[in-house]
Design a protein around this ligand. Structure first.
Ligand code: HEC
Ligand code: HEC
Ligand code: HEC
Ligand code: HEC
Length: 340
């Protein structure tokens, strides 16, 4: 399953624009787990990225590895799901832990780690940092371009790939799993908003300034994160509703979320008329039938939104979107404490 997810990411780059293929990716993207065979683990990243690693170690993404299996709430969910070992059952692993092959066997080695967000590293981590076999600063511009292109094609999710980044956060934070919610009693997702949730405890903008500070994303980037986050939310919520088969808590919560997300898209489309992709997305959302057992239609709609989201993220830099500034969350709304 992890293979499929990686494949989708690679193909996104190669054949961007083929709607049918994206629809296929949308339909399998919630095979959440990274492929353990492609994971190198956070210790490997820490060899060079010390500061980013020490910041990550102060987040819930890190502490969940140790803490989750000990909580009463987790034990109760697991019991209701008929799961005996939280750390070795894929029903929890996919979102709470990172697995890596140890002696040929997948073993949970960390919580939500570098590769959960930047992509499994085995095929790209030496490429992205290799300066094309030269010394830092000696590559030609073409070599630099080729190095990043190769890293992306091998599954790296770079900070510049904001649509891919955003839908990846939502693929865990919306919990598109009917049984886990209805039977297990797990929350049907978080009140997740990309700016607030990425600029607090998660923030580690410390690499390119050599750890001198950990600044928030620029205003232009925040505008893009804000809008792109809303698009990814609508895409993911539609996929969430597409999996709803019974009239119960899960279906109700997912449908409410999708309905809110499409209203937000309609407002954004009005606010930013110069970005026609937003109107297209809002229209697809408005037409989607938020009802039980409507998988084919909803996945198709989600697939189309995915294509447009990627297109939107690549087409704009946020400079012209000052109209959203009054909706950007203020620093006191950032989730968790920023590390320095
Ligand atoms: C051998 C040292 C080294 C290791 C190991 C390493 N990195 Fe890097 N990383 C770098 C260097 C160097 C750069 C910046 C390259 C440049 O400036 O062109 C970088 C840049 C990055 C970036 C920013 C990319 C961008 O688009 O600007 C991310 C994200 C990243 N690394 C993640 C990781 C992850 C995740 C791992 C582990 C799987 C990892 N790195 C392992 C050296 C390393
Ligand atoms: C689709 C992804 C996903 C799956 C699968 C999943 N979780 Fe979660 N879980 C989350 C997210 C995201 C949160 C955080 C919600 C928040 O902070 O708003 C969370 C939070 C929790 C919490 C409350 C926070 C805490 O850490 O105490 C518990 C308990 C929990 N999950 C247990 C489980 C158990 C047990 C399983 C397996 C039966 C499981 N989860 C499967 C995504 C998932
Ligand atoms: C929760 C998802 C997530 C995790 C986990 C994560 N990152 Fe990131 N990373 C991001 C995002 C998002 C950005 C861009 C941040 C922004 O726009 O403010 C980023 C940016 C970066 C950058 C560029 C920083 C700069 O100075 O511009 C590097 C390098 C990086 N991450 C490495 C790592 C390493 C190494 C780890 C593990 C120790 C890690 N990341 C864990 C999501 C994550
Ligand atoms: C692999 C699944 C996964 C991915 C990908 C992921 N998260 Fe999470 N996140 C979780 C889980 C699970 C928790 C709850 C951890 C706990 O407390 O037990 C969580 C917790 C958090 C928290 C702390 C919430 C709190 O209640 O304090 C923040 C903030 C957060 N995530 C932001 C992000 C952002 C931003 C991204 C994308 C850049 C992201 N996450 C990607 C699974 C994920």
């Amino acid at each position: 399953m992890g293979n499929n997810r990686t494949l989708c990411r690679r193909q996104n780059l190669l054949i961007a624009g083929f709607v049918a293929f994206f629809a296929l990716c949308a339909s399998i993207q919630f095979a959440r787990a990274e492929d353990p065979a492609l994971v190198v683990g956070p210790n490997e990243c820490a060899e060079c990225h010390k500061k980013e690693t020490s910041i990550w170690q102060k987040t819930h993404h890190f502490s969940t590895f140790r803490d989750l299996p000990r909580t009463k709430e987790a034990t109760e969910i697991a019991e209701k799901m008929g799961i005996r070992r939280i750390k070795s059952d894929s029903a929890c692993l996919n979102c709470h832990f990172t697995e890596k092959l140890e002696d040929g066997k997948p073993e949970p080695i960390a919580g939500i780690a570098c590769e959960s967000c930047h992509g499994s590293g085995k095929d790209w981590y030496k490429v992205h940092s290799g300066f094309s076999g030269k010394k830092e600063g000696q590559e030609t511009p073409d070599e630099i371009k080729a190095r990043w292109a190769k890293s992306e094609a091998a599954g790296m999710i770079r900070p510049s790939m904001i649509y891919t980044l955003a839908r990846n956060c939502f693929s865990c934070h919306l919990v598109p799993d009917e049984k886990l919610v209805n039977v297990g009693g797990h929350a049907a997702g978080s009140a997740f908003e990309l700016v607030a949730w990425s600029q607090g405890e998660i923030r580690h903008n410390t690499w390119y300034n050599k750890g001198a500070s950990n600044p928030a994303a620029s205003t232009e980037r925040q505008r893009m994160l804000f809008i792109v986050g809303r698009i990814a939310e609508l895409e993911t919520a539609l996929i969430g509703v597409s999996k709803a088969t019974t009239k119960a808590d899960y279906a109700l919560k997912m449908a409410t979320r999708a309905n809110n997300a499409r209203k937000v898209m309609a407002s954004l489309a009005k606010l930013l008329p110069d970005a026609p992709e937003l109107m297209e997305i809002a229209q697809i959302g408005a037409k989607a039938g938020l009802k039980l057992n409507n998988e084919a239609e909803l996945k198709d709609a989600a697939g189309k939104i995915s294509v447009l989201g990627l297109k939107f993220a690549n087409a704009y830099d946020g400079k012209a979107f000052a109209a959203v500034d009054k909706y950007l969350p203020a620093p006191d709304k950032y989730k968790g404490t920023v590390s320095n």
